[in-house]
Write a protein that binds this ligand. Structure first.
Ligand code: BGC
Length: 251
């Protein structure tokens, strides 16, 4: 397989840093993935070193493009704010930081944008015309706008103000776990959130990812929305696959 059809994706999350080589024709992993627990404290330097370990472990050669997801907006390579990782990330140029530690250029992308792009190219939003909103329910709430297959990056619907609160503090899967909410207790919160997003943006389709989407049958059918709401197809590989795809498109 030629080098253009392969890229390496790294997904930085609150609990783990994962990486895998991705076949860009199929959107599937090639070989094993590698994992390190997110260092605590999750400072930029400590996380960059974990990323380097993944590349070393899987012996990723310098000709392979590398994409890295971050749980915050990435504007011209700078993360202006971050909700769920060490605050020292705010204001960092993450491409420079990674390049210094990894010794190679990387492409930086918001985690939900990576997942959204992967869903648009390989998953539940593939070939879907019109406006698709992909949300990821994890520690935070991530969002991606896809219009006719194209991404509008750095949309932060997790931080919409909802009833006087930052929305992700009311609806994320992380909060569900933290407070021990049952699905019955969580569903009205999701309903309030998705109804509000639908009123504001009128998407044609919603897609919901994040680890909890494996249990989509327990909550998605209970949401009453005008637009259909589907589970993500790639589930926990979407971030890595999207990061790899982003790297191949922007390297
Ligand atoms: C961040 C987003 C991110 C989401 C999921 C939010 O707190 O602001 O950029 O996509 O969490 O990690």
């Amino acid at each position: 397989m030629s080098a253009e059809k392969v890229a390496f994706g790294i997904d930085i999350g609150g609990s783990g840093v994962k990486g895998a080589l991705v076949n860009l024709e199929t959107g599937e992993y090639m070989g094993d993935s590698a994992y390190r627990p997110t260092p605590q404290p999750a400072t930029p330097q400590a996380v960059a070193e974990a990323c380097k370990e993944l590349l070393d472990e899987l012996k990723i050669t310098p000709d392979i493009p590398v994409g890295v997801t971050f749980p915050g907006p990435v504007i011209r390579n700078v993360i202006p704010f971050i909700a769920n990782l060490d605050q020292s990330w705010a204001g960092q140029n993450v491409s420079d930081l990674m390049e210094r530690t990894l010794g190679r250029p990387i492409t930086a992308v918001n985690d939900a944008d990576a997942a959204g792009l992967a869903e648009a190219v390989y998953g539940a939003a593939k070939g879907v015309p019109g406006a698709v909103i992909v949300t990821t329910l994890g520690t935070g709430v991530g969002s991606a706008f896809i219009l006719d297959g194209k991404l509008w990056p750095n949309v932060e619907l997790g931080h919409l103000e909802l009833d006087g609160f930052d929305a992700e503090t009311q609806v994320s899967a992380g909060q569900k776990t933290k407070h021990g909410w049952t699905y019955e207790e969580w569903i009205p919160r999701l309903q309030r959130y998705y109804s509000h997003v639908e009123m504001l943006f009128s998407p044609d389709v919603f897609i919901v990812g994040g680890g909890v989407s494996e249990n989509h049958h327990l909550f998605l059918p209970h949401l009453e929305l005008r637009a259909p709401i589907y589970p993500a197809a790639l589930r926990n590989t979407a971030g890595i696959v999207g990061a790899a795809l982003f790297a191949s498109q922007h390297a």
